[in-house]
Design a protein. Structure first.
Length: 162
């Protein structure tokens, strides 16, 4: 039996009920899969750094910082922890020795492969329980969502009420 998610949390002013419901469903799905979908021994933020470095091998700290939209010391700490875990290698840039290039080690790449494998397996199991029509609707909705989310976010007024 499906929970009435709208009863769990009152809707936020100006928020579409579908948005609230989608967020709550994502929270429930994430919580149910927490053990299977874990990124341990690294944090979610460190895993995000690893994904970026894998997509852009040789990226420097400044560019990584811009991708993450965080302060330089935070990026340095994230990279320090990944290097200590054996997942990241820093090498001097060939064009500018003051710059440092970031690359995943084989252990870092293997860790990302394992995360993807577990997530793909869990997703495959869930999607196999869906009808073909529901899978198509999900695909269509996710494509539209990704397209919409790729647009810059517009500032909005604060949604919380006193």
């Amino acid at each position: 039996m499906r929970e009435d998610l709208s009863a769990l949390h009152p809707p936020l002013p100006d928020a579409l009920p579908e948005v609230v419901q989608a967020l709550e469903l994502l929270e429930i799905a994430w919580e149910r899969g927490r053990d299977v979908l874990t990124t341990a021994p690294v944090s979610t933020a460190q895993t995000r750094v690893m994904y970026i470095i894998q997509r852009e091998p040789g990226i420097n700290l400044s560019t990584l910082r811009r991708h993450l939209s965080v302060a330089a010391p935070s990026v340095t700490r994230l990279c320090d922890r990944l290097q200590a875990a054996g997942f990241l290698r820093r090498t001097p840039c060939t064009e500018d020795r003051r710059e440092v290039q970031l690359e995943l080690t084989e252990a870092g790449s293997a860790h990302l492969r394992e995360i993807r494998r577990r997530r793909e397996h869990a997703l495959s199991q869930a999607m196999n329980r869906m009808t073909p029509e529901a899978r198509q609707a999900l695909t269509t909705g996710l494509v539209a969502f990704c397209d919409a989310a790729s647009e810059p976010f517009q500032p909005t007024r604060h949604l919380h009420t006193a």
